[in-house]
Design a protein around this ligand. Sequence first.
Ligand SMILES: Cc1cc2nc3c(=O)[nH]c(=O)nc-3n(C[C@H](O)[C@H](O)[C@H](O)COP(=O)(O)OP(=O)(O)OC[C@H]3O[C@@H](n4cnc5c(N)ncnc54)[C@H](O)[C@@H]3O)c2cc1C
Length: 236
Amino acid sequence: MPLQRFRAQVERVRDLTHDVREIELRLKEPPAIAFKAGQFVSFEVGRDALNRTIVRPYSIASPPSQGERVLLVLNLVPGGPGSTYLFSLRVGDETEFKGPTGAFYLREDPARDLLFVATGTGIAPLRSMLYTLSERGFARPVTLYWGLRSQRDLYYQDDLEALARAHPNFSFITTLSRPEDGWSGERGRVTPLVEARIASVQNLAVYLCGNEGMIKDVTAVLQKKGLCPIYREKYY
Ligand SMILES: Cc1cc2nc3c(=O)[nH]c(=O)nc-3n(C[C@H](O)[C@H](O)[C@H](O)COP(=O)(O)OP(=O)(O)OC[C@H]3O[C@@H](n4cnc5c(N)ncnc54)[C@H](O)[C@@H]3O)c2cc1C
């Protein structure tokens, strides 16, 4: 299916940390978007020195059930055209994007438990999947491992705790690679966590999103444990 072009208005902007922002877009034309949890949309964010259009993709962090809105979660990359453009948007501004697209979407596989692994804003498509699974009552166990740097980079912890309280089949661990003093939670990167805690990949489907290093390392760790579907979205 050809990509559709959407016009949208910024409805809400919320800083989640010192460099991560949530931007909620309300669709104007067409008034709703149909997508699969995990897919992304693309913004034309400027032109390069050769006058070519610069395009940047961003995952939809909201679930498909809220098709009249698109929630973005992104970090500011200083000097980066994509994140600088989106961080410049104010409530009421209009923007355009194309989509939805992407092969990183939640599969309908009722026979498998799910393992989600994210680094940084790689949580965005997994958030869409988690709220989709929540709407369905988390029929199978779902585990999320999320790697961030330090306490000041934490966000969505209360939301995830609320999900876990409401659904015994959902659990999550946030691990900090460089925690400051006073952190009593998990330390280190997500890869050793997967290595230590995932005993078997039988009946497991895995979704990885974030930086290339994590995706390569976690894939290698899982493949040593056996065969299972591994879906991957590399941000950089
Ligand atoms: C399918 C897909 C979906 C994506 N969805 C999201 C999303 O939901 N949220 C989000 O924050 N980003 C997302 N990204 C990354 C996003 O498209 C941009 O690459 C990112 O915002 C940086 O673009 P920029 O033009 O600001 O910086 P650029 O000038 O392109 O600089 C990129 C450099 O910044 C560094 N960097 C730091 N953080 C990131 C990051 N998050 N992503 C990429 N590079 C980073 C890397 O070193 C990278 O080489 C996605 C990427 C893909 C491929």
